[in-house]
Write a protein that binds this ligand. Sequence first.
Ligand code: ADP
Ligand code: MG
Length: 260
Amino acid sequence: MARIFVIANQKGGVGKTSVAVNLAASLAHYGRRALLIDLDPQGNATTGSGVDKSACDKTVYGVLLGEHSLRDAVRHCEGGYDIVPSNRELAGAEVELIAMERREYRLREALDGATGGYDFVVIDCPPALNMLTVNGFTAADAVIIPMQCEYYALEGLSDLVGTLRKVKQNLNPRIEIEALVRTMYDPRSTLTVQVSEELKRHYGEKVFDTVIPRNIRIAEAPSFGKPVLLHDPLSKGALAHLQFARELLARNGFEVAEAA
Ligand code: ADP
Ligand code: MG
């Protein structure tokens, strides 16, 4: 059975999509079968995986609304993983879902029985704690929270943790925090180091040892429609993402022999 991770943080620009795309590519690099689900109407994970979002007629929107199956929307991408794409159409789903029964379970029910061919599913969320993100939380086994080590990060994190607590009580008892991953990390900044310490005090082991540095190759890669691993495999950004995937695999009991 696939292990399902949801990448969430209601703040925009913290590196969610970057982590989602590069995690899927890194898992594929290590021989794991990965499915990336783009749950953001901005479709950045879709574009960043080299898929033309305006040319997709079957997307996660149709999956949530029950117009077609999840499998019908799956495409294979150059990064070696599969993707369920998204585009602007998904923005309408928020409103349309409100009228639907079991609206929080739409993604989960679509995934049921459709993940047999995968080791991991990675869900990229929009920058909001909305019905789309709740669908992600309800479908997942665990949450990966990318965050920048800046002052307001901790405040935002407690809102996120509060929402997760409610989801756990009411919708999905198995949801856990898998990882807090520090992105765009700059060890020269005093604030980064202080916030980092604070994070570890509050969340202990959940804070992954691997940090993703601020790296220009990571920022460039989406404009080529590629994960950084394909754009510049030896860049610090690519190596950090591979290391993050190895840490995740190791914590989930998978052996990874290769160093990088
Ligand atoms: P989110 O999905 O949380 O909105 P993104 O992954 O889209 O965040 O990242 C926001 C912007 O920062 C994008 O332009 C992305 O290319 C860039 N970015 C993400 N991670 C890094 C990094 N480690 N170093 C440099 N730029 C990054
Ligand atoms: Mg994003």
